[in-house]
Design a binder for this molecule. Structure first.
Ligand code: ADP
Ligand code: MG
Length: 480
């Protein structure tokens, strides 16, 4: 548990997150406009998004499916009956004067995410997931005298994922965000790129003396990276402890994180739900879905990270290695293909050490690897059947990475096949023994350690190609 050390002793940090995840659909939640990232301002705005009088919202079925997929992936209850409400507030980037959201009856109810923390598993409860539309964006940097509005984001489909106040450290919050991102990307309901604003996080922070009552929370907005989530939580917890220890009270409010200074500052004192005058949107019917529809979506879910990790561990991978592989679906897809019919542990080592190391150097993702999964599998196959040694394999891999050629072809061309011909190896063994009479005498006189020297010499003289097992056997025979 992470604590804040105050004058009056340790304080416990209590965290709940609210995550806005943009649904990976081509069009908006209630209109057919495109949601393409980085387009010209106001180039993706329909009459519905601009709230022209008389325009009616039409629900995007694909978005419903994605919300249900997400709920199922988080082991959550899917509500067959849910309601779209109007959340009323005034702001220039909200032409309707209300946001269509879900309030009392969200589409997804209670679920959970299990985190792998260094100290063990940690379950974080999901309170709910509801669908809502995004607002537009104010542009303040285009003209010194005016602010402009870009409505491209207006109406974009979001899922708001709310957690229980179950997290107790900034590390848990960061791990939660990573795990959620992984799951969303596996199921394809959100691209979850925080830099592009596809996943945004608000952190609710309070502090208490261990075991005491829950304290008053502040909600911190504008956290656009896991690094900032960590910094903001730590700053905010210390700020609250300082206030409480000097006899002050925490007022419930919404605060903004400033990434430059690493501090949080009041944005607005907290509004209550009744300020928004929620009521069911009369333009939209309650959303009713059938259990068959949910079951069909459930059957279409891919293998999820937790299940995949267990499967990899059953193949002999360590908890750590399995964790590294399952973090990105692209990596698991590569691994699954490369490991077909091969030694899984060997493939995992080659992938996480050699391939990742090499990809990092050229700053390329695994999807752009010059060595395909099949090719890496072939290379591992050559090591497994003793065609080449692990040492030679590194040279082969380097050429594969540079040229994109196949391992077998390179080994053939370079004449790097491991020598398993006992006669040929015996010849080298004899040469080495003949060339080192002193060492042979020392070895026979009891200097056992010299055995490694002979093995090294034979391997070197064979150009690294002699099969080490045969080298060992022959040396033992000849030196005894
Ligand atoms: P609102 O919708 O007004 O933000 P919610 O009741 O939905 O209020 O809570 C929002 C978030 O605040 C949830 O993620 C919840 O876990 C978290 N939360 C609630 N109480 C506390 C607390 N005492 N300390 C920290 N987080 C809290
Ligand atoms: Mg909130």
């Amino acid at each position: 548990m992470q604590t804040v050390k105050g004058k009056t002793g340790d304080w416990e940090i209590i965290l709940g997150l609210e995550i806005h995840a943009q649904i990976a659909s081509k069009s908006k939640l209630f209109s057919g406009s495109s949601v393409k990232f980085g387009s010209e301002p106001n180039s993706q705005v329909s009459f519905v998004d601009a709230a022209m009088p008389g325009m009616l919202p039409v629900i995007n079925e694909y978005c419903i499916e994605q919300a249900v997929r997400t709920g199922l992936a988080l082991n959550a209850k899917i509500n067959l009956y849910s309601v779209f409400d109007r959340k009323n507030y005034f702001y220039a980037d909200l032409p309707q004067g209300y946001q269509i959201s879900q309030y009392l009856d969200p589409i997804v109810g209670k679920g959970e995410i299990v985190l792998d923390m260094p100290e063990g598993k940690k379950t974080v409860g999901i309170t709910r997931i509801h669908m809502e539309q995004d607002a537009g964006k104010s542009l303040h940097d285009q003209n010194p005298r005016f602010s402009y509005i870009d409505l491209n984001r207006s109406g974009v489909a979001l899922m708001e994922i709310v957690t229980e106040p179950d997290m107790r450290s900034s590390e848990e919050a960061v791990e939660f965000m990573k795990k959620l991102r992984t799951i969303l990307r596996y199921i394809g309901s959100c691209d979850a790129d925080m830099e592009k604003g596809m996943m945004r996080c608000d952190a609710n922070v309070s502090v208490r003396k261990p075991g005491g009552e829950l304290g008053t929370r502040c909600e911190i907005k504008n956290l656009n990276s896991t690094g900032n989530i960590k910094r903001a939580i730590e700053y905010e917890a210390e700020r609250q402890v300082e206030i409480l220890e000097s006899g002050g009270k925490i007022g419930q409010e919404t605060r903004l994180f400033n990434a430059d200074s690493g501090t949080t500052a009041t944005m607005r004192t907290k509004e209550d739900a009744h300020d928004y005058r929620y009521f069911p949107d009369p333009d939209l019917l309650p959303l009713e879905i059938s259990q068959e529809y949910v079951d069909k979506i459930k059957a279409s879910l891919p293998e999820l990270p937790d299940a995949k990790k267990e499967r990899y561990k059953a193949l002999g991978l360590s908890d750590y290695d399995a964790g590294v592989l399952v973090a990105e679906q692209e990596t698991t897809a590569y691994f699954d293909e490369a490991a077909k019919g091969r030694d899984a542990k060997l493939v995992s080592n080659w992938l996480t050490v050699e391939l990742f190391g090499r990809l990092n150097k050229v700053e390329k993702p695994i999807t752009e690897s010059p060595v395909s999964a099949k090719q890496l599998g072939e290379l591992v196959g050559l090591i497994q059947d003793n065609t080449i040694s692990g040492k030679i394999a590194k040279d082969v891999f380097e050429i594969m990475f540079e040229t994109g050629r196949n391992a077998g072809e390179i080994v053939e061309e370079k004449g790097w096949k491991q020598v398993t011909d006992t006669g040929a190896i015996e010849k080298i063994v004899d040469e080495v023994i003949a060339a080192n009479p002193d060492k042979v005498a020392d070895y026979k006189g009891g200097k056992d350690k010299l055995f490694g020297f002979f093995v090294g010499q034979v391997l070197k003289n064979s150009g690294g190609k002699a099969n080490p097992v045969i080298v060992n056997e022959l040396l033992k025979k000849k030196l005894s």
